[in-house]
Design a protein around this ligand. Structure first.
Ligand code: AMP
Ligand code: ZN
Length: 461
């Protein structure tokens, strides 16, 4: 397998420390709000990686953290007049629901920051003892000039880093680039006792401590969105390497590109933040997942209504092929995914290429009238789908599922039955009226000697 390592700037052959169990750590959500579609992209991209690694290596240790202590969470709690724990519980549950709807598997472990205060304080103590951190006015700061290769991951100059981090210029800092490992909490803020007074951890140190606690000194793959490269990952790297005598934090650094909306950056100030939750009310999670994987993960993904509509049509075509193939439930789940799809995914997760191969398989299936060949192609399509987290639904249900505003299936069945009855009674005017009503509701009728089959054409998006 080849992966593009952001650290080296090259595609490299991936070789895990333990081929029996590769390890992967992805920076997960800060739970103060519902996940937006950009967060969805990160989760879905690393989910595909997880599936491909599991296929190749059998077992994978995948940790995705939850940041459950953060100033944004505290601000949300204050604004809504509820305890911090209530915000954390609500948005963690919502995150799980939304990601499950996008077909994202649960990681092996989901450690949270507040569950690792002891490990965080232990790492901070080591950093102070080795001269990489210092205490000042209830804060502990990492001293950036103490780590020579600071900036190597994000390839930034010192000036760019100081501007880019927008770190506070506080009087107690020895250097303007120094960042917080621990900070004081006021009595009403959440906090833990420590040698530096009651306080809470900074954001970056939690990941360093949790990688160490759950994976060890070096993780095979460390991932997240490209916005995390600096300062978050740069800081994680500095902390961990200084705490581990210079041993690397990650063998491979992987960053997904950003998702933009109608060619604009998604941001609160532009008011164009698209929540996964809201999209799920309009479109099936599988269509959203397909759309998120339609661009290569390192490229920017420009999201628009059309992105989703195209994904839906592409899935419709694949499900139409599957529907017309022999009995899908009989397919052996142990069937190996086709080499071409696997090769595309093992080439730095080339999902657009994998989708092209899926379409090619579907075309072959449509064109073939050899039953054995069709059965083999069906098994391959389903196995490829499993690797991508797609195509596992009953094709008929997929094709008949509507969105908001669509007729209920039972109502559609009733109208179709009424139309057949009218036709049998040779009341063709009534039959045509019923047919028009169904067509107007977006129902495509397929009459055959065995009866009438139906599916929905353009669904409400
Ligand atoms: P956060 O909760 O903001 O820390 O983000 C969780 C994950 O989503 C991180 O890996 C981010 O890098 C990623 N992410 C945030 N915004 C976007 C975006 N617009 N496009 C792609 N990934 C994003
Ligand atoms: Zn992190």
């Amino acid at each position: 397998m080849k992966l593009y390592n952001s650290y080296s700037g090259r595609k490299e052959a991936f070789s895990p420390a333990d081929p029996e169990r590769p390890t992967m750590y992805v920076c997960g959500p800060t739970v103060y709000n519902y996940a937006h579609i950009g967060n969805g992209r990160a989760a879905v991209v690393f989910d595909v990686l997880y599936r491909v690694l599991k296929h190749r290596y059998g077992d994978v240790l995948y940790a995705r953290n939850v940041t459950d202590i953060d100033d944004k969470i505290m601000a949300a709690a204050e604004q809504q007049g509820v305890p911090v724990e209530a915000i954390v519980a609500r948005y963690t549950a919502a995150y799980h629901e939304d990601m499950a709807a996008l077909g994202v598997l649960s990681p092996t472990i989901e450690p949270c920051a507040t569950g690792h205060i002891r490990e965080i304080l232990a790492m901070i103590a080591r950093l102070i003892a080795s001269g990489h951190a210092y205490e000042a006015e209830g804060h502990v700061l990492f001293h950036v000039p103490s780590f020579e290769s600071y900036g190597r991951l994000s390839r930034r100059s010192r000036e760019e880093m100081i501007d880019g981090a927008r770190v506070e210029v506080a009087p107690y800092k020895r250097d303007p680039a120094d960042f917080v490992l621990w900070k004081p909490s006021s009595p009403e803020q959440p906090g833990w006792d420590s040698p530096y007074g009651r306080g809470r951890p900074g954001w970056h140190i939690e990941c360093s401590a949790m990688v160490e606690a759950h994976i060890g000194v070096t993780v095979d793959i460390h991932g997240g969105g490209q916005d995390l490269k600096f300062p978050h990952h740069e800081n994680e790297r500095a902390q961990s390497m200084c705490a581990h005598g210079g041993a690397p934090l990650a063998r491979v650094w992987l960053h997904n590109g950003f998702l933009d909306i109608d060619r604009e950056k998604m941001s609160k100030s532009l008011g164009n933040v698209l929540l996964v939750r809201d999209l799920l009310a309009e479109a099936p999670g599988e269509a959203i997942r397909f759309a998120l994987l339609s661009a290569h993960y390192r490229k920017p993904l420009d999201w628009s209504d059309e992105t989703l509509a195209r994904a839906r049509q592409a899935l419709d075509r694949l499900y139409l092929t599957l529907r017309d193939l022999p009995g899908s439930p009989t397919v052996d789940p142990a069937t190996a995914p086709p080499e071409a799809v696997l090769a595309a995914l093992e080439d730095d997760l080339n999902t657009p290429q994998a989708f092209a191969k899926l379409r090619a398989l579907a075309r072959q299936a449509n064109a073939s009238d050899d039953p054995a060949r069709r059965r083999a192609l069906q098994a391959e399509l389903l196995a490829a789908g499993r690797l991508l987290g797609l195509l596992q639904q009953d094709p008929e249900s997929w094709l008949q599922a509507g969105g908001a505003g669509a007729l209920e299936p039972a109502e559609i069945e009733r109208l179709i039955a009424a139309r057949s009855a009218a036709r049998q009674a040779r009341d063709f005017a009534a039959a045509d009226r019923l047919r028009d009503q169904l067509v107007a509701a977006g129902v495509i009728l397929e009459d055959s000697p065995e009866g009438t089959r139906w599916r929905l054409a353009a669904r409400s998006h």
